[in-house]
Each structure stands twice: as C-alpha cells, then as structure tokens.
Design a protein around this ligand. Sequence first.
Ligand code: NAD
Ligand code: AKB
Length: 314
Amino acid sequence: MTKVSILVSGANGQIGSVLTKALREKYGKDAVLATDIRMGNHDDGPFELLDILDAKQLSRLVRKYKINQIYHLAAILSETGEKHPRMAWDINTNGLFNVLEIAKERHMKLFFPSSIGVFGSHTPRVLTPQETIIHPETVYGISKAAGENWCQYYYLHYDVDVRSVRYPGIISYQSPPGGGTTDYAVDIYHKAVQGEDYECFLQEDTMLPMMYMDDAIKATLQLMEAPAEKVKIRTSYNLAAMSFTPAEITAEIQKYYPDFRVTYKPDFRQEIADSWPQTIDDHQATDDWGWHPDYDLKNMTSEMIRNLKAMLVK
Ligand code: NAD
Ligand code: AKB
C-alpha cells in the first residue's frame, strides 16, 4: 500500500490548525505537511509557506514531500469575501484550480470543503435537500458552488478522487474563526467565559446550521477513508449536526453564566444569514458513508465552556 503523504493548505486557519493535528495523530507527524500564506504554530511537524495561487511553489512542495493527498482549506470566507469580492473569487477559484490540476497530474486524492453558503434565498430553508436550487448571493457562495462543480468535473473527466462536504458554521475553542457569518457562535463563548457582555451582529431569532469542531473533523476523516464506491456525490455532501438561534445559544450559556447578557446590533451579515438555510437534510451522507454527529447545542456548550475556562487559567 502507498504511504499516505498529505499537504494541508490554509493549515493555520480555524479548521486547518485542528485538522492538521488530527491528521498527524492518525498518519504520523512527518506524513502531514502544513502550509499557509502566513507563518503559524506547527512545531509538531513540517510547515512551508505557500500562497495557493502560486502553482509553481505548490508543484515544488508536492514533489519535494511526495504528496499523494491534499486537504485544500485555503479560502476567503463569507464576511471577508463581501468586503473583497475580486480577491475572494481569485483565491477561492484559482486556488482550487491549481490544486485540481496538480491532483489530476499526479493522481491524488483531494478534500475540498464547501459550505452551506452555496445556498441562496430561493433554496428551501428548512431541511434543505441535497439536490436543490443553488443560486448563492455572496461571492463566497458563488465561488464554493463553482468549486463543487469543478470538483465533479475533474472526477468525471480526469478521474480525480475528490471528496467534499458542505460544512455548516464550525464552532471551536482551539482556534479563532476567520471572517465568516457564523463567527458569532464562537465569539459568544469567549465573551461569556471572560465575564463580558456580547454584542451580536445577527438578530436573536436567526437560525443557522452549526457543528462542533470534533464532528467536523470526524466527518472529514470518515469521508476521506470511505471506500470510493460509497462516495456517490462528487459535488459536495450536505452535512448537519444542530441548528440554533443567537437567543437559543445565549439561553444555553446562561445555564453556566446566569448574568451573561447579549445585545443585538445586526450588520450586513444579517442579509447573508437570511439567505442561508436554517436546517439541513444530510441523510445522503448518513446513507452513503455512515455519517452521525456526536454533538448538539447542550453537550457542545458544556465542552466549549470547559475548554475555554481551562485555557483562561493557563
Ligand atoms: P480560515 O479563514 O480560518 O482559514 C483559512 C486559511 O487560509 C487562513 O489560515 C489563511 O491564512 C489561509 N489563506 C488565505 N489565503 C491564502 C492563500 N492565497 N494561500 C494560502 N493560504 C491562504 O478558514 P476556516 O474556517 O479554517 O475554513 C477552512 C475551509 O473550510 C475554507 O475553505 C472554508 O470555506 C471552509 N468552511 C469553513 C467553515 C467554518 O465555519 N469555519 C464553514 C464552511 C466551510
Ligand atoms: C462563513 O460563515 O462564511 C463560514 C461558512 C458557514 O461557510 N463559517
């Protein structure tokens, strides 16, 4: 069997920093090359600077480290994308092209994270189906929807073994979020644990799909390990764990911090959130490769608070 040798792009980000660790635990620290456009803290294994738009450097690193799998996380998320539309399109689309091309050339396995951001206001918002209307209204969503289709194209025409999930908003204590619409659901825990009030940029009744980081990592590894014939969707799988509103997460946090107060000052992210689903139908991921989440709002809140408190003490 060929030895697994992985390159992670965007490895310093919210998901990349945790996923790189998980991959190193699974495959060994030297089997996972962390890369990012900026320096980061990856003392436990190899790290190289890589702008994903630099196809030559990507190719050089792939050859140097004999890479046979890429987890392509580098991207610009929804909030930052609306502030810098051309840059977001360029990085999200041309970065993916560079990755797809090298995956084609060297017959590599590829993970591409898509997002609930591919959906728009014409999509059914409750139990959003796997196959449905996809007319995204953000640059981020447009780039992810195009990316999903390009992934399928490279699978169909060039036999690239590309696998993808549409992550909901990811919630973690280990790493800060990187400029998205769901970031409030991470920030709110930090404020509560620090004993501060929180001003939320979404309305109190805005329901969005969310997922605890442990489940996101579990889904990613599970999909990448699934036998190829079980992976029937080559655009991107719907993936779900929980959905809640700012009022509901606040109420859950107040079970630990009864004096915690949240005020609401919606900004331009409200419009983005209003165009996204409230709940997701992910039965196809369950049927095809056995997906089941472990975390709901209750046990995630307990874990977030326990871990953030421990970090505060250090
Ligand atoms: P993040 O913003 O925290 O991290 C992205 C990383 O990419 C950063 O470390 C950044 O430095 C790097 N990067 C930016 N431009 C780059 C470039 N030109 N070359 C190389 N690296 C570059 O994002 P994240 O939350 O970790 O998301 C990772 C992936 O998962 C993204 O593709 C994102 O769209 C997707 N996703 C994330 C969420 C979420 O809630 N976090 C939800 C759905 C999908
Ligand atoms: C964002 O809010 O942009 C991301 C996502 C759901 O894709 N967290």
